[in-house]
Design a protein around this ligand. Sequence first.
Ligand SMILES: CC(C)(COP(=O)(O)OP(=O)(O)OC[C@H]1O[C@@H](n2cnc3c(N)ncnc32)[C@H](O)[C@@H]1OP(=O)(O)O)[C@@H](O)C(=O)NCCC(=O)NCCS
Length: 172
Amino acid sequence: MSTSKPPDSSRPAAWHITPMNPAEAPWPLLLLADPSREKVKRYLPGSTCYAARQTAQFTPSGLGALIGVCVLQPPQPERDSWELMNMAVSPSWQRSGIGSALLHHAIGELRKRGIKQLDVGTGSFGDQLLFYQRLGFRVSSIERDFFLRNYTTPLWERGVQLKDMLRLTLAL
Ligand SMILES: CC(C)(COP(=O)(O)OP(=O)(O)OC[C@H]1O[C@@H](n2cnc3c(N)ncnc32)[C@H](O)[C@@H]1OP(=O)(O)O)[C@@H](O)C(=O)NCCC(=O)NCCS
């Protein structure tokens, strides 16, 4: 299990990472990364998921409130590698290392299972691209007009409409 570093070893870590049942994934987090509820409903049930949970705030399940999710889809008939389908951290917890730790944990689990490659598609050529590159992902292709063809409502990032999808690959 990965955890944040406690500032004082006598106190519990602020968050920790666990496997997650796909049915438990919270919609507000999933929709942060993928605004198409229809698409999420299609890939979520068969996916392998990990969660970041707030250690200090225990829920009735005893596992802690969910503050980050990572959703990985196994190979499909049309694609022979694993794909990172959704990755999101609650806005108030972003930029404190949780996203990197979640993905790092997921990558470690795939490696243990002998999986050789992980793909991800992103419409962002900015912050998210940097986030994935820091973890070792390399650009493998560009799908022009992907977001125009596959989403019914236009998607925007800081005033720029997302049109093309950048496909990134990590050799495991
Ligand atoms: C992308 C995301 C999962 C990263 O999680 P995180 O916990 O914030 O990431 P980390 O703290 O581990 O890493 C932060 C780094 O990622 C990059 N980054 C990611 N999102 C960023 C943002 N919105 N603003 C600035 N930098 C961002 C930066 O390089 C940042 O490094 P820095 O803080 O040194 O500048 C999170 O920002 C998020 O949930 N975003 C909204 C949903 C989303 O876009 N998901 C990805 C879909 S492709």
